[in-house]
Design a protein around this ligand. Structure first.
Ligand SMILES: C[S@@+](CC[C@H](N)C(=O)[O-])C[C@H]1O[C@@H](n2cnc3c(N)ncnc32)[C@H](O)[C@@H]1O
Length: 253
């Protein structure tokens, strides 16, 4: 038996099969392309509902004054902004993202909104987090894990940098429970998202990737199993909007 090097192994980029070494570059192109219009598109595509999904994530995070929080794949900083006011002047929030364009939009936006003192901006890959062991009270990854090439490595890396008792929250698109909803959602995703992408950002392909990558992402039970396999305890999930989105939470033992 021969081991395959990472350039030979394949993975998914939406519905395409690509070599593992190509995927991160392709994901980077998507987010460089959409960064400037990312927030507008989020509101348009979800009818603003992403704000409710994020609010529920904050509620379940249990973050308190003085906590240290990592918002990885944090993009334009929706969660970071809320965490910044929750942890207060004695706490710290790290907004981390692999993509310089998304991080720049996030940093400019948070500075414009007067969020600064307790937020640090770090360019980092979720698979290889550049932080010490047992460092954070809470980590969130919202709509980010889907884009990561080696999801097991990212989950292990997040476990490593959490303190014992710390929480990981994974907010991600998932599998709708109802057949009718699933069909309507498919029709919407594969027609409306690329169309909106083309009209608003001039880039239909990135929004086609969005729809495809959602279909390729592990469903609720599979992701729960992956978190347990990595070593998380008390892993639970909550479906939202009929399972279109799920919030998984696990605790570091
Ligand atoms: C859909 S956006 C989500 C942004 C934000 N969390 C939100 O909910 O609005 C996905 C983000 O994941 C980032 N990302 C993709 N792969 C990553 C990786 N391996 N490590 C860290 N961030 C990554 C992208 O650059 C992008 O900013």
């Amino acid at each position: 038996m021969t081991d395959k090097s990472s350039s030979d192994r394949t993975t998914h980029f939406g519905f395409q099969t690509v070599s593992e070494s190509e995927k991160a570059g392709k994901v980077a192109e998507v987010f460089h392309s959409v960064a400037a219009k990312y927030d507008l598109m989020n509101d348009l595509m979800s009818g603003g509902i992403h704000r409710l999904w994020k609010r529920f994530t904050i509620e379940l995070s249990g973050v308190r004054p003085g906590n240290r929080v990592l918002d990885i794949a944090g993009g334009t900083g929706d969660l970071t902004r809320k965490f910044s006011s929750l942890v207060g002047p004695t706490g710290e929030v790290v907004l981390a993202d692999i993509n310089a364009s998304m991080l720049k939009v996030g940093r400019d936006r948070l500075l414009d909104k007067g969020v600064a003192g307790n937020v640090r901006f770090v360019q980092a890959d979720a698979e290889k987090l550049p932080f010490p062991d047992n460092h954070f009270d809470c980590i969130t990854i919202a709509f980010g894990l889907r884009n990561v090439t080696h999801k097991e490595d990212a989950i292990a890396s997040m476990l490593r940098v959490l303190k014992p008792g710390g929480r990981l929250l994974v907010l991600e698109f998932s599998k709708p429970g109802n057949e009718l909803l699933s069909k309507a959602y498919d029709r919407y995703s594969f027609t409306m998202l690329p169309l909106m992408g083309r009209l608003i950002t001039g880039d239909a392909d990135s929004y086609r990737y969005l729809a495809e990558s959602i279909r390729m992402h592990p469903d609720q039970e599979t992701l729960k199993g992956m978190m347990e396999e990595a070593g998380f305890a008390r892993v639970t999930y909550h479906n939202m909007t009929g399972g279109i989105v799920a919030l998984h939470r696990g605790i570091k033992p």
